[in-house]
Design a protein around this ligand. Structure first.
Ligand code: GTR
Length: 419
């Protein structure tokens, strides 16, 4: 049953939520893509859609129903049955499965500076070594904790997908991408590891990084891709946090930008120890609804980055409607924990509106799990973050990037949900 609904944001059907790709009739202040940006991007990438009115009609899978259409009506049903099923669907079809290979891990604090940042913070550098069957890999974790803290602190863990200049432990080079001083000043710990420690970001048939350490036998269509490997690395950092008395292990936020944002979402879905998940401009394969086919598409991402996802994901190239999930369900896997989705107005490639809609349609799950969460149907205006209980969203002016402005809004939310 497919029908196009005009001038209405959504209509409930027996199967899910139906959407129209037509311009929505909205009252109140809201963000709309600048026509100049739309035109410019459309000209530079002619095979992709940047026009809201050209988004096809689509039906989202019902976040509160199981595979046979039966409604999930209680937190118990979700936690005991459906959560695991949804997680499996994302493993099987998008990110791939982590191998069950046994491994050991050790933590070695290789450097401590109690007078970092002119005495404001303590720096710890920790080598997390993974060993399996004589093969090993080291994750280099950098962590600052505020010296004036009277008790264990909440911490932000950034999955760094940029160069080392963004995460300088000596603080000679500073970057808004990882604004350590500002985060320490607000009473949080701040940590980072490089995604490349887990898996260098190139398509090499999975011959480097963690793959040769843990992969066994022939590679399967649901074998973990690079994003899953990076997310697994975030969990190994979490393992370390659980041993560090300066850190409040119940208040760890995982955060990433762009491909790192996709990774943060998957890390939070797989590992429920993360109390707050922050996705900055994660786009396709992250927060943006795949079915909208706005900006980057499944087919494009699987072609440009064939190593990011499991090979099953390619079944959905130009075939998004066949996906048994969409990204509102990925966001739902974070519930009832806290979740922040952020976008930038020039980054239409990452589909800001599709990211907001995914967040909006994850809300019923946060509500089922008895959190006081709600969001307006219409997207907030530029530079006006919206906090709706356990979820938050902003669209910042400017280019695809992670800036101090974003971090400040993330910390405002953390002040509410973590402190
Ligand atoms: C782009 C890619 C996006 C996003 C981005 C990034 O080339 O198409 O999905 O991940 O890279 O990571 O900066």
């Amino acid at each position: 049953m497919k029908m196009k609904i005009r001038n209405s944001i959504a209509a409930l059907t027996g199967f899910g939520i139906m959407y129209a790709g037509t311009a929505l009739c909205q009252t109140g202040e809201t963000w709309k893509a600048s026509p100049e940006v739309v035109e410019k991007l459309s000209k530079s990438r002619t095979e992709f859609n940047y026009y809201e009115e050209k988004v096809p009609a689509y039906i989202l899978p019902d976040i509160l129903a199981n595979a046979s259409g039966k409604k999930i009506t209680s937190p118990k049903e979700w936690k005991k049955e459906r959560r695991q099923e949804v997680l499996e669907l994302f493993r099987e079809n998008i990110y791939g499965r982590v191998p069950a290979t046994p491994y050991t891990r050790t933590f070695k604090v290789v450097n401590v500076d109690k007078y970092a940042m002119n005495g404001d913070a303590t720096l710890k550098q920790v080598d997390i070594t993974i060993n399996s069957d004589g093969k090993s890999l080291v994750i280099h974790l950098t962590l600052f904790v505020p010296n004036k803290a009277q008790k264990p602190v909440p911490v932000f863990l950034l999955i760094d997908n940029r160069g080392p200049a963004n995460i300088d432990p000596t603080r000679k080079v500073k970057s808004e991408f990882w604004p350590a001083e500002e985060v320490i000043a607000r009473g949080y710990g701040i940590a980072v590891f490089r995604n490349a420690d887990l898996d260098p970001d190139n398509y090499d048939q999975f011959r480097d990084g963690i793959h040769p350490v843990l992969d066994r036998g022939e590679r399967q269509p649901d074998a973990w891709g690079t994003i899953s490997a990076w997310a697994w690395g975030a969990s190994r950092c979490m393992d370390y946090f659980e041993t560090d008395k300066d850190i409040d292990r119940k208040k760890v936020a995982v955060l990433g930008h762009s491909r790192g944002g996709k990774t943060a979402l998957w890390a939070g879905a797989e590992d429920q120890r993360f109390a707050l998940v922050i996705s900055n401009e994660s786009g396709c394969g992250g927060a943006a609804l795949a079915r909208r086919r706005f900006g980057e598409t499944v087919s494009r991402i699987n072609t440009s980055f064939p190593h990011w996802f499991c090979s099953n994901y390619r079944k959905y190239n130009n075939n998004e409607d066949a996906l048994p999930v969409d990204m509102h369900m990925l966001l739902g896997l974070i519930a009832p924990r806290a979740l922040y989705v952020a976008c930038a107005d020039q980054d239409l490639w990452g589909d800001p509106k599709g990211s907001y809609l995914a967040l909006y349609h994850s809300v019923p799950l946060f509500q089922l799990l008895k959190t006081k969460t709600s969001l307006p149907e219409i997207m907030p205006p530029l530079n006006k973050p919206v906090i709706g209980g356990k979820v938050a969203f902003h669209i910042r002016d400017g280019a695809h990037n992670l800036l101090l402005k974003d971090w400040n809004w993330f910390m405002d939310f953390a002040d509410v949900v973590l402190k």
